[in-house]
Write a protein that binds this ligand. Structure first.
Ligand SMILES: [Fe+2]
Ligand SMILES: [Fe+2]
Length: 221
């Protein structure tokens, strides 16, 4: 999915492009959900990806006040927990090689993520309608080629933005067995064009430039 600049969702509000470490996710209202999925965060660097993506999601919500921010925040927190319930070997043998976006293991982590949301949210007081909205976004979040809603769009961008930070480059480059310079190039050519919001694009460009300078990707190639 590629979004030409003309079709990216605009915002009139000022976008915070500062390093994400300066604005961790706020509040403690989601802490009970975090506690319910600790084992599922111990897989595939979810304990880095999910908190970082939540912080990015909150930045996107700040400039899209029309979105249901609770829905975005809960969904991004849970979206990849399904990786915790699939065969870990296959995550790397199938999930990061060949046509990895269409690998069967990807559909499985989406399905498992939906089940986890349905399992952990109701006992914490989230009603059936809210849970259904969460599941609707988690279902197909990697394999579906289109966004279903504004909240889905913000989740999709938050899911990608963490990779533009140097921590995301470090983690994801090792997944794909690429050096940081090559992975940064891939971010620019493949992931940047997928961003659906103007805010997300602006944040990504600023973060990628900083990460490239820090990691000296112009020389270390
Ligand atoms: Fe995913
Ligand atoms: Fe993800």
């Amino acid at each position: 999915m590629s979004a030409p600049s003309a079709t990216r969702l605009p915002t009139d509000l000022a976008v915070d492009t500062s390093p994400i470490v300066l604005t961790p996710a706020t509040g403690t209202d989601l802490d009970d959900i975090w506690r319910a999925v600790v084992p599922e965060t111990r897989v595939r660097a979810n304990d880095v990806h999910l908190p970082m993506s939540l912080a990015y999601a909150e930045r996107l919500c700040a400039v899209h006040p029309e979105a249901d921010s609770l829905l975005v925040r809960v969904t991004i927190l849970l979206h990849d927990t399904g990786w915790g319930r699939v065969d870990e070997e296959r995550i790397f043998s199938e999930g990061f090689s060949g046509d990895w976006r269409k690998a069967q293991i990807r559909f499985e982590h989406e399905r498992q993520g939906c089940l986890i949301a349905q399992e952990v949210l109701p006992p914490l007081g989230y009603d059936a309608e809210f849970v259904e909205r969460v599941v609707t976004i988690i279902d197909g979040h990697d394999t579906r080629q289109y966004s279903k809603s504004l909240e889905d769009t913000l989740v999709r961008d938050a899911d990608r933005l963490w990779r533009f930070d140097y921590a995301g480059i470090a983690v994801a480059a090792s997944w794909f067995r690429l050096d940081p310079s090559t992975y940064a190039d891939r971010l620019e050519t493949e992931i940047l064009p997928e961003l659906l919001t103007e805010a997300g694009h602006t944040i990504a460009v600023a973060h990628l430039a900083r990460s490239r300078a820090l990691l000296k990707t112009d020389v270390l190639r």
